[in-house]
Write a protein that binds this ligand. Structure first.
Ligand SMILES: [Zn+2]
Length: 69
């Protein structure tokens, strides 16, 4: 096996090129709301009203709520 011949195989016609998802403006294109606790970007868009929590703080809040009472 020769590594250099493997990398230089542009003319073999048998290599698969992975398509780059650059043309698709995914959910990351929209600005995210900040977490009200740690100011980390949340999974929610900026247009969401009210308190937005990042996954970490959201989980902690859920734990706190579950333990209360
Ligand atoms: Zn947070």
């Amino acid at each position: 096996m020769d590594a250099s011949s493997y990398c230089a195989g542009s003319g073999t016609g048998g290599d698969r090129s992975r398509p780059e998802p650059a043309a698709d403006p995914g959910p990351d294109a929209s600005p995210r709301a900040e977490c009200v606790l740690c100011r980390e970007p949340t999974e929610y868009p900026e247009s969401v009203k009210g308190i937005t929590l990042c996954p970490v703080c959201e989980w902690q809040e859920a734990q706190r709520t579950a333990c209360s009472g």
